[in-house]
Design a protein. Structure first.
Length: 85
């Protein structure tokens, strides 16, 4: 029959064959994780330096629609929607 060393070699070959199918997905995932970790570390380092401005991508808010400025309707609907109603 098979000895322990032959059985171990067969199991290693089977594991390698099965792992080859998942290898591209695993490397892609590891790369994505490394990029996220690197960007988070950079953001944490930049947060420690209060004099540097940060650019946050998102939605543009017009000054007259913003409730904190004291102008506009304060409901966030804007002057265009208020004139329709």
């Amino acid at each position: 029959m098979f000895g322990l060393s032959e059985l171990a070699i067969i199991l290693i070959v089977v594991a390698a064959v099965l792992a080859i199918k998942k290898l591209p997905e695993l490397t892609r995932s590891a790369g994505k994780s490394a990029r996220i970790l690197k960007s988070e570390a950079r953001a944490a380092r930049d947060a420690d330096e209060p004099g540097t401005p940060r650019v946050i991508q998102g939605e543009t808010v017009r000054r007259e629609d913003h409730p904190d400025t004291g102008t506009g309707t304060g409901t966030g609907t804007g002057s265009q929607d208020a004139s329709r109603g």
